[in-house]
Design a protein around this ligand. Structure first.
Ligand code: HEC
Length: 148
């Protein structure tokens, strides 16, 4: 029995590692995916930033629409950082300091949830208050894990 179990486990493990990696056909696809998610996120964060700083008129409906996109898209980039997808502007430290990277990605998702709540509150002060910490989280992760 024991002799049978070991190879079976090995096959299962191999299948698992392939499937988690095979979410994308190629490493370049994973890189493009995470960069695209980051790019779209930044476009919507910038629209909210313009309202928060007074460069654009405050529009409560548009703020909610943008915050909804940001809250959703902040969930996406992480699948694109699977093992073996080093490249782009991602620093190799991401795959060496996984706990720290994960913590910052979770902080981002928590911040974007708060941003959505703030946008739904329907006042500019709430929006301003939520944008500050979000911007700091973007910066904290980029400072540690993104090449210029
Ligand atoms: C947990 C880490 C992390 C957080 C938080 C984070 N980013 Fe990023 N971001 C990255 C990494 C890593 C890259 C480089 C990805 C690559 O090139 O493969 C990147 C790339 C980008 C890019 C370049 C995309 C492109 O077109 O190549 C933009 C824009 C960006 N991030 C915006 C943001 C904004 C705005 C926020 C906050 C709302 C944010 N990021 C939060 C890690 C993070």
């Amino acid at each position: 029995m024991k002799r049978l179990v070991t190879p079976t486990l090995a096959i299962l493990c191999a299948a698992f590692s392939v499937s988690s990696h095979a979410q994308f056909a190629k490493t370049e696809d994973a890189i493009k995916y995470r960069q695209s998610a980051m790019f779209i996120q930044s476009q919507h964060v910038a629209r909210l930033g313009a309202m928060a700083s007074g460069r654009a008129p405050y529009d409560a409906t548009a703020a909610v629409a943008n915050a909804e996109v940001v809250a959703q898209i902040s969930r996406l980039p992480w699948a694109g950082f699977a093992p073996g997808t080093e490249g782009g502007k991602a620093k190799p430290e991401i795959w060496k300091e996984q706990a720290k990277f994960k913590e910052l990605s979770e902080r981002l998702m928590a911040d974007t949830d708060k941003l959505l709540v703030a946008a739904k509150a329907g006042n500019l002060d709430a929006l301003k208050a939520a944008m500050g910490p979000l911007g700091e989280t973007c910066k904290a992760c980029h400072d540690s894990f993104r090449n210029r």
